[in-house]
Design a protein. Sequence first.
Length: 407
Amino acid sequence: MNRQRSLEADDRDDLGAMRGSNQSGIRAHNERLVLTLLRRHGPLAKADIARQTGLSAQTVSVIMRALEADGMLLRGDPVRGRVGQPSVPMRLADDGAFFFGLKIGRRSTDLVLTNFSGRVLGRVHLTYRHPAPDATIRFALEGYAQLADQLSATERARIAGLGIAMPFQLWDWARSLGLPDGAMDEWRDRDIRAELAAALQVPIYLQNDATAACGAELVFGRDPAPADFLYFYVGYFIGGGLVLNSSLYTGHTGNAAALGSIPVPAENGGSRQLIEVASLSVLEAALVAGGNDPGSLWDPPAAWNVDAAELTAWIDRAAEGLAHAAVAAVAVVDLEWILIDGWIPATVRARLVDATDRALGRINLAGLQPPKLREGTVGPDARALGAASLPLSDRFLMDQNAAMRVA
C-alpha cells in the first residue's frame, strides 16, 4: 500500500460516494478541480472558473452551489464591470474543514491544527532525547483532545483527518542520536498510524517527514510554487523532496529525493554525504564540542540562542554541501529552481540561501544551466503543515498532474 494513503482509502475508491452534506468526504472530480483552482489562485468568479477549467457555466454553477451548501465556499462582495451583471468571487471557507498534522522528529514532536486555508489554529510541542512510541502516541492523543476542544461541535464534525510526518525506518537512527544499538527497535514493531486510527476514529495518513515538508510548500506556500523544483529541508538530518509538473514525486517507496544521501566533497579530500555537513545534528555536535549548550536548537527557532561563530562556520560548510548537491541533482533532472527551508530562524535561512548561491558560483557548471535559489516560504512548521496537507490533498484536491489545465 502507498504509505501516503489513509487506512480508509480502500473503502473509498468511489470518489463520489461521500458527496453531499459530509464536509469531510472525498469530493467528486469536478469539485476537486474547482477547490484546487481556488486554492492555487484565490477568490474567482464562476465565469473565471469556467474559462480556466473548460467546464460549462451551468456545470460550474451546480458545483459552486453544492460546495457552498456544504460550507466549503463563501461568497465575496460583488464586483461591477463596465457592462452586465456584477460578478461574485467565491473563496474557500476557512471553516470548511479542519486538519491535524503530527511531526515526529528525532529531537522534538509537534502537533498542529489547521483550517481549510492552512492557517495554524493551535499547536503543542514536545522535546526529548529521542522519540519513543508510547510517549509519542500519548502526546498525540492528549494534544488532539486539547486542540479539538478549541473547535465548536459543528467544527469538530468537519475534522477531515490527521497526517503524520516522520522519518521512515526511525529505528536505524539510534547510533546517530548517540544511543546504544537497538535502543529504538521498538519502532520496528509498532504501527503508529493504525494505533492512532483506532483511538481517534478519523482517517490517518503517513509520509516521510522531509517529503511532507516539500508538500507543505506546494500546498500552503505563500508564493506560487514553481512547476518543477528541488526542495531541501534542514532538520536534525537534512532531507528534501522533488516536485515535477506541480506534483509531489515520492517514488515507489515513498522516499524519493533522499537528498541527505547525496555524496559531496569532504574538506580533507574524498567525499561524504550531505547529511554529514548540512544537518542540524552537525551544528549540535559543534556546539557541544565548543562547550556551548545546544538545547535551544530543538525549541521553536524563534527562541534559538546559538553561538554566533559556530553558527557561521556551520552555514559556510552546509552551503558548500548544498551547492554540490544541487548541481548533482540538476545534472539528472533539468530543474530551474532550488528551494531551501528548515527548522531554522528566517534570518539563518536567508544567510544559508545566500551562502549557497555564492558557493554555486565557485563550481564548474559547464554543460549545465545554473539553478535559481530561493527560500522556502513555510518555515519551521513545514513538516507539521506537510502532515496536515496529507488529508487535505487526499480528500479535497486533485493530483496536480491531472490538474495541469488550471496551472
